[in-house]
Write a protein that binds this ligand. Structure first.
Ligand code: B1M
Length: 211
């Protein structure tokens, strides 16, 4: 669809107003919400990432492009969250300490909610101690941690260790994700699973809660 290409370009060209306008238009034309996310928003921000890596874009450009992504996604998120259901399980999600990336985490949360899970969003830059506090308070079945920086991945391991020390690891399913994380890393730190993307995360949570 040509409009998906236009939305992608509006993200790349750092134009939040145009991106939001085009997303509204695509929704009115009946484009499936996930097609807009997977076929326009994610490819757009991925190009921004490549340009950042090759020094064509700098941080201010990435910030404005991320804002264009977020403003567009805010329009789409309610459509992903059908509501009015009995929750299939409860999850708590957060981005680990030192890491402020939340675009991917927010997509995963929206898709889980849309698939019938209750999800508490702890936000970003969550320390191992804060994760422990929240697990005690919210009593989720699943804890999801996101990390995008190789420097913050280690905080996933720290969090798993802190959960064990606090005696709240047993009975809790811990899953991890983010572009720097892998299945091997998840196993290595003693997590219960790794998901590559949002759809994968929904399937992983469903599988873990069936066990
Ligand atoms: Co930053 N950044 N950034 N950034 N940023 C990356 C991650 C980077 C790869 C860019 C690059 O160099 N090419 C690089 C990391 C290198 C590394 O460590 N390997 C980087 C860097 C270096 C930095 C700073 C250090 C830059 C600086 O200050 N010099 C800085 C760090 C700030 C901090 O966190 N302390 C920084 C800042 C920022 C912005 C604030 C400008 C902005 C974030 C805005 C925000 O999130 N609110 C930003 C952005 C936008 C990016 C890129 C361009 C895009 C990330 C993104 O949103 N992708 C990114 C480059 C890239 O990834 N190509 C980059 C789209 C999103 C849908 O994908 O997050 O991977 P992703 O999520 C996916 C999956 O990973 C998975 O599902 C999602 C949906 O498919 N997933 C999960 C994610 N979490 C999951 C959890 C799960 C399951 C699946 O279960 C628990």
């Amino acid at each position: 669809m040509a409009i998906l290409e236009d939305i992608k370009n509006a993200i790349i060209e750092m134009d939040p107003d145009l991106a939001v306008e085009l997303v509204g238009k695509a929704m009115n034309e009946g484009a499936p919400v996930l097609d807009i996310v997977n076929g326009a928003l994610i490819p757009g921000i991925s190009v921004v990432g490549e340009r950042f890596k090759s020094f064509e874009y700098f941080l201010p450009e990435v910030i404005v492009a991320a804002n264009a992504f977020k403003a567009s996604f805010e329009l789409l998120a309610p459509a992903l969250d059908a509501g009015g259901y009995v929750p299939k399980g409860k999850a708590l999600f957060g981005t680990v300490a030192g890491d402020n990336h939340d675009i991917g985490k927010n997509i995963v949360i929206a898709l889980l909610r849309g698939n019938g899970y209750e999800v508490e969003d702890a936000g970003v830059d969550i320390s191992p101690e804060r994760f422990v506090e929240l697990v005690k308070e919210k009593k989720p079945n699943v804890l999801g941690m996101s990390a995008l920086l190789t420097t913050t991945m280690a905080n996933m391991r720290e969090t798993v260790a802190a959960l064990k020390r606090a005696g709240v690891r047993d009975g809790l399913k811990v899953i991890v994700g983010g572009s720097c994380v892998s299945d091997e890393f998840a196993k290595n730190i003693g997590a219960d699973g790794y998901a590559e993307d949002a759809a994968d995360a929904v399937a992983l949570v469903a599988g873990l809660l069936r066990k």
